[in-house]
Write a protein that binds this ligand. Structure first.
Ligand code: SF4
Length: 201
């Protein structure tokens, strides 16, 4: 399946209660052949209005951080675990995650990135399949079947809690180093092409 087919199949998705409050499904943005993917939690107000993940203040910060690591938004692919805005930006409920998560996994399988950066607790725990605090695992690569997971604090959290911002900036420099190392190391395609991403949960 192509990414555009998956996107088209979700435009009118009614599989969970979040369909009733959304302006539009916020599928993802960026390079569909990217080797690096960023995954956040769920669309907020501006994302829901514009149909693009990570716009507004947190999006601007993410763009700045990407540039600090030598990346542009058109180098990477950006998506969320949940594709429709929860009312009043509440946390997604477990059944909403269970219903929407397969579409993120399909996105990852189609894009087949070498590295997936999870932004915040929610995306990290969803991709790891276990409850682990972002403050314990941020800034360190965790090998998963098919890709390397690199957890980062969520830019919105760093905006709300200024003390996190220096750590987030440092972690993007670690990401830059990791990308430099990966550029000189051939990808293990025997792992990369496994459909084992679906077994993470
Ligand atoms: S959040 Fe996901 S599962 Fe729920 S309606 Fe939107 S696209 Fe469908």
């Amino acid at each position: 399946m192509f990414l555009t087919d998956l996107h088209d199949s979700l435009r009118d998705c009614q599989r969970c209660r979040l369909a009733s409050g959304r302006t539009q499904v916020v599928f993802g943005t960026g390079n569909p052949e990217a080797s690096i993917m960023f995954v956040g939690e769920a669309p907020g107000f501006h994302e829901d209005q514009q149909g693009i993940p990570f716009v507004g203040a947190a999006g601007n910060l993410l763009t700045e951080l990407l540039e600090s690591a030598g990346l542009g938004r058109d180098h990477v692919y950006i998506a969320n675990v949940i594709k429709c805005r929860p009312p009043e930006n509440r946390n997604p409920m477990p059944d909403e995650v269970e219903t929407c998560k397969p579409f993120l996994l399909e996105q990852i399988q189609i894009i087949n990135p070498q590295l997936v950066c999870s932004l915040g607790n929610f995306a990290t725990q969803t991709l790891l399949g276990k409850k682990v605090g972002i403050s314990k695992v941020h800034g360190q690569p965790l090998p998963l079947p098919g890709f390397l997971l690199f957890p980062l604090f969520h830019p919105a959290a760093a905006l709300h809690q200024g003390t996190l911002l220096p750590t987030l900036r440092e972690d993007f420099q670690k990401l830059k180093q990791l990308l430099d190392e990966m550029a000189t190391t051939p990808r293990d395609t025997s792992i990369a092409t496994q459909p084992a991403q679906m077994d993470l949960f």
